[in-house]
Write a protein that binds this ligand. Structure first.
Ligand SMILES: NC(=O)c1ccc[n+]([C@@H]2O[C@H](COP(=O)([O-])OP(=O)(O)OC[C@H]3O[C@@H](n4cnc5c(N)ncnc54)[C@H](OP(=O)(O)O)[C@@H]3O)[C@@H](O)[C@H]2O)c1
Length: 482
């Protein structure tokens, strides 16, 4: 360990994901720690941290980059998973964990801290099984490196997938037909407590490997929905039915919550089995942390949403589909385009940029809301995100943010916003806003995939004509009022 005057070097992987982003912000409050992050695209990092941390760009499949990232590191946080990938994510997760452990040992790191899922192998879903395997691989050589493996079930925080599901169901449905799994027991934990446990692992005075289950009180999902509705001041009715298959339950989630089909199916699969603490190591090793009740965590999450202070969301990570791959921020290869130009007539580029950055979410897309909603609905039917993801914060965008069915692929303050389409379409699409001194140029770019791609583009051309024409005009009109 470094002497007490030298800051302890800590590596945070997954620093553009839900947990990692928040952990970096938490660790920045500790001046005895020097933070290094390993990220696949450094442009995705929030501005508040970029000049306060050391950044290594790359991934866990690149040996050289791991070597660089781990040099001189005492504690290495492993906050990565490959679930969003189209490839076999279990295999990727195994390789990634194996590479990471080997690289940590080679670099002489003292400790790996990993956050996995709560639950037992016997009833584990495919996703949880992969999380368990990752923990096992990371802790495969206890004589060479110590691993602290935290295990959490449902995490309650603004923007977490579980919380967003509960919040959306409770807000949108006065009465709910509920499947059997709402009686399954779990021990949710607030995100602030998760961060406290993770941060406390750095100074833990234990040399042996540890598996630490974390969570607050035991509740069923029904209790969680009921308490959440009480916190939100809403009266809700839950009507249990004996048969509601996992498949039907996931369709239910797709329709009423922001999660896409793959994630909904994985979550429902996970909800079928109990996720309660299997050990009391959290109390033994971290007696100073008293986890907040579920109700308190819900209150806190809602407060963050109301104050427009959401640091990270479940859809921050790229799932190997955008933003971690650099080509997504360049639509030059597109071959079909809809270009609109609107004169600014003395409206400042700053105001136009603000107007562009307020698109989506509750604010919507100015006109033809019904068409945007219909497009979102069709996207949901085909397994996409639809419009339900909304936006992280009003008025602020950063690269990697989800914005309805788009991902923010590039932001140049007062000059450019580039959105990459994550909707289900036969090709690749971008929506670009280029702001000049005297005009706004809005371009919809499309790279069709085969004949279906071209048919799609030409069939929606009449709709695009009105929607895109009016969008550009309205952005400038709105800028006038800013
Ligand atoms: N969130 C929860 O509710 C929850 C609950 C229980 C346990 N956990 C555990 O917490 C850990 C972190 O989860 P999370 O929710 O923060 O995940 P997340 O939001 O999906 O973020 C995953 C992060 O990993 C990065 N990443 C993926 N593959 C990588 C690779 N090969 N090399 C480098 N970076 C890579 C992603 O980068 P890009 O941004 O480039 O995609 C992203 O930053 C996981 O082990 C998860 O099982 C989470």
């Amino acid at each position: 360990m470094a002497n007490s005057d030298t800051p302890l070097k800590v590596l945070v992987t997954g620093a553009t994901g839900y947990i990692g982003r928040r952990l970096v912000e938490r660790l920045l409050t500790d001046s005895t720690i020097a933070i290094r992050v390993l990220v696949r695209n450094k442009n995705k990092l929030q501005a508040a941290v970029t000049d306060k941390v050391e950044i290594v760009e790359g991934d866990t499949f690149d040996e050289e980059c791991l070597k660089l990232a781990l040099e001189g590191v005492d504690t290495a946080f492993y906050l990565i998973h490959s679930m969003g990938s189209d490839k076999d994510y279990q295999d990727l997760d195994r390789k990634s964990a194996d590479n990471f452990r080997r690289a940590c040992i080679a670099a002489g790191a003292r400790r790996i801290v990993y956050l996995g899922g709560l639950g037992v192998k016997e009833s584990a879903s495919k996703h949880l099984m992969s999380r368990i395997e990752t923990g096992e691989i990371l802790s495969e050589e206890p004589d060479k490196i110590q691993t602290i493996w935290l295990r959490a079930g449902v995490i309650i925080g603004s923007g977490s997938a579980s919380f967003e599901i509960i919040r959306n169901l409770v807000q949108k449905l006065p009465a709910m037909i509920t499947p059997k799994w709402v009686k399954t027991l779990t021990q949710p934990v607030g995100i602030e407590d998760v961060l406290s446990y993770l941060a406390a692992c750095i100074r833990l005075k234990e040399d042996a490997d540890q598996i630490v289950d974390i969570g607050a009180e035991t509740l069923s999902f029904k209790d969680m929905m009921r308490q959440a509705s009480e916190v939100m001041g809403l009266r809700r009715y839950l009507i249990p039915v004996p048969v509601l298959s996992p498949r039907l339950s996931s369709y239910w989630l797709i329709l009423f919550t922001p999660v896409p089909v793959k994630l909904a199916a994985a979550l429902v699969e996970g909800l079928k089995s109990e996720t309660t603490l299997q050990n009391d190591n959290a109390r033994r090793l971290f007696p100073e942390i008293e986890p907040a009740s579920y109700r308190k965590s819900v209150e806190y999450a809602i407060e963050e949403l109301e104050q427009n202070q959401v640091v990270s969301r479940w859809c921050d990570s790229s799932g190997n589909t955008a933003c971690d791959i650099k080509d997504y921020d360049n639509p030059a290869g597109a071959i079909l385009r809809d270009i609109r130009e609107v004169e600014l007539n003395n409206i400042s580029p700053e105001s136009v940029f603000s107007s562009v950055c307020s698109l989506g979410g509750d604010q919507g897309w100015y006109r033809y809301t019904i068409l945007w909603r219909a497009r979102g609905f069709i996207d949901k039917i085909f397994g996409g995100f639809g419009l339900n993801r909304g936006r992280r914060m009003n008025g602020e965008v950063r690269i990697g943010d989800a914005l309805d069915f788009w991902k923010v692929a590039d932001v140049k303050t007062n000059k450019r916003l580039l959105l990459y389409a994550q909707m289900k379409i036969p090709g690749k699409a971008w929506l670009e806003f280029d702001i000049h001194e005297d005009k706004l140029i809005q371009t919809a770019h499309f790279l069709p995939r085969g004949v279906w791609g071209r048919l799609y583009w030409y069939s929606v051309l009449p709709l695009h004509y009105f929607v895109f024409r009016d969008l550009a005009k309205k952005i400038v009109l709105h800028a006038k009022e800013i």
